[in-house]
Design a binder for this molecule. Structure first.
Ligand SMILES: [Zn+2]
Length: 172
């Protein structure tokens, strides 16, 4: 069993939040992830779908790829994946493929969550890989950065519409 003190959990989740901030800085959905082995971060990732124009470049996928390179193994045994938001169906599948034994996430994702909300892929008894899952670490901070993003993007859209209208009026 891999165990963390509350202090360690908060520390690694705040590192995942720093990753989420990188997405936010590029006006992307702010989700961040770190993978930890023997007390050290071996992989980092942030949602970079827009930045890289890659549909599958979620935070967890980027972090798994980096951890694979760092460790030199596709199996991420003895690793813990910290992610700010509940993994989606694809990332929950990827976590299983990478054989990650433990996942800790901050806030749940009622719309797309594949680790307890819509599906429970990490703990599905029909699959041969089951994951020790913990939720709610720095939940408020992880949810807040998402809510701020969606509020700002609604405001940006509203502002764009307002400018469009103004232009239309000026052209009349
Ligand atoms: Zn995902």
């Amino acid at each position: 069993m891999i165990d963390f003190t509350q202090e360690e959990k908060d520390f690694f989740m705040s590192e995942a939040l720093k990753e989420a901030q990188k997405s936010l800085d590029k006006a992307e959905i702010p989700i961040g992830c770190v993978i930890v082995k023997d007390g050290a971060i071996v992989g980092r990732g942030h949602n970079a779908r827009e930045e890289l124009n890659q549909a599958i470049m979620h935070a967890e996928v980027m972090a798994i790829q980096e951890a694979n390179r760092t460790i030199g193994n596709w199996r991420l045994l003895d690793c813990t994946l910290f992610v700010t938001i509940e993994p989606c169906v694809m990332c929950s599948g990827a976590i299983g493929l990478a054989r990650i034994p433990k996942v800790i996430y901050g806030a749940s994702n009622q719309k797309f969550g594949g680790a307890g909300s819509l599906y429970d892929i990490l703990r599905d008894e029909r699959l041969n890989h089951r994951v020790d899952l913990e939720t709610g670490v720095m939940e408020k901070e992880c949810a807040e950065i998402m809510q701020n993003f969606f509020r700002q993007s609604r405001e940006r859209k509203k502002e764009a519409k307002r400018l469009e209208k103004l232009e239309a009026i000026q052209e009349m």
